[in-house]
Ligand binder design. Structure first.
Ligand code: GDP
Ligand code: MG
Length: 163
């Protein structure tokens, strides 16, 4: 059984950018469950010599009748249930927002292993946001830039003991 990592976090923090970087062209196994293909994408990730399954929680960007917060909760809890560990992304440029606190609370309750990552951390504009992450009670953040491929060595170091 492959190790499974769920990438979770509010819309726009860079989950899909990181998913695409980890999975590249080895795209998405598709789950048969209705709704799952739209909301959760699954792929085979490579990071150095690590091989694992990665889940991208998508589907929050589309407008429906249900509240964003309700869908965030449901989707995140589903992803957490499928995963051995969660990679919780924060947008270090935006800092920690109330929506991020909701995820932090779900993860503190539901997930055995949480790796906190401060994304968009290229450049000094992200320093304040990185510091805010320490208050989430989920350990030290790993600084990454999914878009620029920075911090992947630190992400490797955080994942290697688990995978
Ligand atoms: P998702 O909604 O969490 O899946 O976020 P996306 O992956 O769609 O990214 C949202 C936006 O953030 C896009 O415009 C990305 O190009 C941008 N983005 C993602 N990663 C980074 C990063 O490391 N640095 C910067 N500056 N922008 C990023
Ligand atoms: Mg996305």
């Amino acid at each position: 059984m492959s190790f499974t990592l769920a990438i979770v976090g509010r819309p726009n923090v860079g989950k899909s950018t990181l998913f695409n970087r980890l999975v590249g062209k080895r795209l998405a196994l598709v789950d048969d469950q209705p709704g799952v293909t739209r909301d959760l994408r699954e792929g085979e990730a490579r990071l150095g010599d690590l091989r694992f399954t990665v889940i991208d929680t998508a589907g929050l960007e589309e407008a429906t009748d249900e509240s964003l917060q309700g869908r965030m909760r449901k989707l995140t809890e589903r992803a957490v249930g499928m995963a051995d560990a969660c990679l919780f992304l924060i947008d270090a440029r935006a800092g920690v927002l109330p929506a991020d606190e909701i995820f932090a609370e779900i993860l503190r309750r539901k997930s055995a292993h949480v790796i906190l990552a401060a994304n968009k951390a290229e450049g000094a504009a992200s320093d304040a946001g990185v510091l805010e992450c320490y208050a989430l009670g989920l350990g030290d953040p790993v600084r990454i830039s999914a878009e620029h491929g920075e911090g992947m060595g630190d992400l490797y170091a955080a994942l290697a003991p688990l995978v």
